[in-house]
Design a protein around this ligand. Structure first.
Ligand SMILES: [Zn+2]
Length: 156
């Protein structure tokens, strides 16, 4: 007598679990890791300040190990599962605020603004754009003084 109701209770519990995990998947299909969220928010804010509203609903952001020591961030573009920004975990653990923002904004430049690399340099040798790949000769300094100039170029 005891077994039967217990089993049916279990079946209901499993069914509820399946349903709730399905709907949960739908809600969290696109996600941004907590540590990255302030940078994603700031990206949207800066774009809006420059008259460019952005749709960030299909952009995922994670911190993970990226193979290859030179690669600090990556943008993968996929139609159905959205675009993925990955920031290298080793870089993240020792990067400054400006280094983090630079890498995240650069990757969002690919993933959200659909921008390609731009290697041009100013007469003084500094990079024209924060969309430079890091493989050219231009000098990149991203900080409180240069930030707004680079963001103007990024969202132009
Ligand atoms: Zn890039």
């Amino acid at each position: 007598m005891k077994r039967f109701p217990f089993r049916s209770y279990l079946a209901v519990a499993v069914a509820v679990l399946l349903v709730s995990s399905c709907s949960k998947d739908e809600v969290t299909e696109f996600f941004v890791q907590t540590e990255l969220q302030p940078y994603f928010d700031s990206f949207v804010e800066e774009a809006l300040l420059r008259g460019k509203p952005l749709d960030m609903t299909k952009v995922n952001g994670v911190i993970d190990d990226i193979e290859g020591t030179q690669v600090l961030g990556r943008c993968e573009q996929a139609s159905e599962s959205g675009n993925y920004v990955t920031v290298d975990a080793a870089f993240w653990s020792k990067a400054t605020h400006w280094e983090k923002e630079y890498v995240i904004f650069h990757e969002l430049g690919h993933c959200v603004l659909d921008r390609r690399h731009l290697e041009n340099q100013n007469p003084d040798g500094t990079c024209v754009s924060m969309m430079q790949s890091g493989t050219s000769d231009c000098r990149m300094t991203y900080n409180a003084q240069t930030r707004s100039k680079y963001l103007d170029e990024l969202f132009k």
